[in-house]
Design a protein around this ligand. Structure first.
Ligand code: SAH
Length: 357
């Protein structure tokens, strides 16, 4: 069991960094959460935008066609989804692509996924598009423009935490796991996210294309404003931790918050994405950064309300209408995913992209 492996490592070395604890919990080859768990969906531990509403994938599909046009309409290109979960987002995007005569033959589908259980689900949903799976970005095609989509991928990468100058660790006290040193987390960073951004940037510079990154996270210096706004208007209980930029590590199990050091490998462990840091790396690598903007703003700017009306007009039952309306509200409402989630795009050349100006 993972608990035993972690205990042994701490006994051998005294401590384990938060980063290595998170890496083991999520990616241990046998017991890691993202190696075995069902994770996403109503029956999993958490639900994501494409699982909430088809409107999300439809809009991203149309936006992707726009990004392809802005990128000079290459005859062939690769759609690359990072961390595709149950494959729902890629399925919705490919459905939109296949309905559009100008692009229906353009894209091949590439999925970067570490979880064999989820790969299996993805293959059931996406087999007709003949996807290719990858363990990392290094094996992606090198002769095609790449159009990356990453929804709730970067939050699943292990972070380092610091208390002052000291890296925060996990240790054993009276047989229980504890954080050391005590005290408030003053800084976080995510070395794997930085490495992936550099790889992605190199590919975009060499091969062309675009990347769309959507996640819950923060833009430094803006978050205190969002926090106040959310707390003033909230009728829901929003956990305080969601709005802290100091310590953003959280565990979710069965749609509820879970103690971080309890049941390692059995709960989803994530951290808020530092969009300011990702944008800085992209710029340093010579990419153009569009946004980030809040998810609600982005989806409304790219025609979400109109698309919702179109789907509502086609809905056959009141229950279907209700589900469409509730799903849309969940995606855009500032009290739900609308402001907490951010959208950022990266391109190798300067251009104007819808929704992100
Ligand atoms: N994008 C999906 C799922 C998000 S959950 C959605 O919106 O529903 C995170 C996804 O990233 C899962 O598919 C998980 O297995 C995958 N993942 C997490 N860490 C990964 C890593 N280091 N390499 C590849 N895939 C990873």
């Amino acid at each position: 069991m993972l608990q035993q492996i972690i205990t042994q490592q701490i006994r051998a070395h005294g401590t384990l960094t938060v980063h290595d604890y998170m890496q083991l919990c999520l990616q241990h080859p046998e017991y890691g959460y993202y190696r075995k768990a069902q994770a996403v969906g109503k029956d999993g531990d958490f639900i994501t935008a494409p699982e909430i509403s088809q409107v999300f994938g439809d809009l991203l599909g149309m936006w992707l066609i726009h990004a392809w046009q802005v990128s000079g309409m290459p005859k062939l290109a690769a759609l690359v989804e990072l961390g595709p979960g149950r494959g729902t987002l890629s399925a919705d995007i490919m459905r939109i692509i296949k309905k559009n005569k100008t692009v229906e033959e353009v894209f091949t589908l590439h999925l970067v996924e570490s979880n064999p259980t989820l790969r299996n689900q993805q293959s059931q949903k996406l087999w007709r598009h003949q996807p290719q799976w990858h363990d990392s970005l290094t094996t992606l095609p090198s002769d095609l423009p790449l159009f990356f989509i990453a929804n709730e991928f970067f939050d699943a990468l292990p972070i380092r935490q610091f208390v002052g100058e000291a890296e925060r660790c996990v240790t054993l006290q009276n047989e229980a796991l504890r954080f050391v040193p005590e005290g408030d987390v003053t800084k976080e960073d995510c070395p794997q996210a930085e490495e992936i951004m550099r790889l992605l940037a190199e590919r975009l510079k060499q091969q062309g294309g675009c990347a769309l990154i959507i996640d819950y996270g923060y833009v430094k210096n803006q978050e205190s404003r969002i926090r106040n706004q959310a707390l003033e208007t909230s009728r829901f209980q929003i956990p305080d931790s969601k709005f802290q930029t100091g310590d953003t590590l959280q565990a979710i199990k069965n749609h509820h918050y879970h103690p971080i050091l309890q049941d390692p490998g059995e709960a989803d462990l994530t951290a808020h994405v530092d969009f300011t840091a990702l944008a800085a790396i992209a710029q340093e690598c010579g990419l153009h950064v569009h946004g980030p903007v809040e998810q609600g703003t982005f989806l409304q700017r790219i025609g979400g309300d109109l698309w919702l009306q179109k789907l509502l007009a086609k809905a056959k039952t009141p229950a279907e209408r209700k589900s469409l309306e509730e799903g849309w509200l969940r995606l855009v409402s500032p009290l739900q995913m609308g402001t907490l989630f951010k959208v950022m795009a990266l391109t190798p050349h300067a251009c104007e992209l819808a929704g992100l100006r």
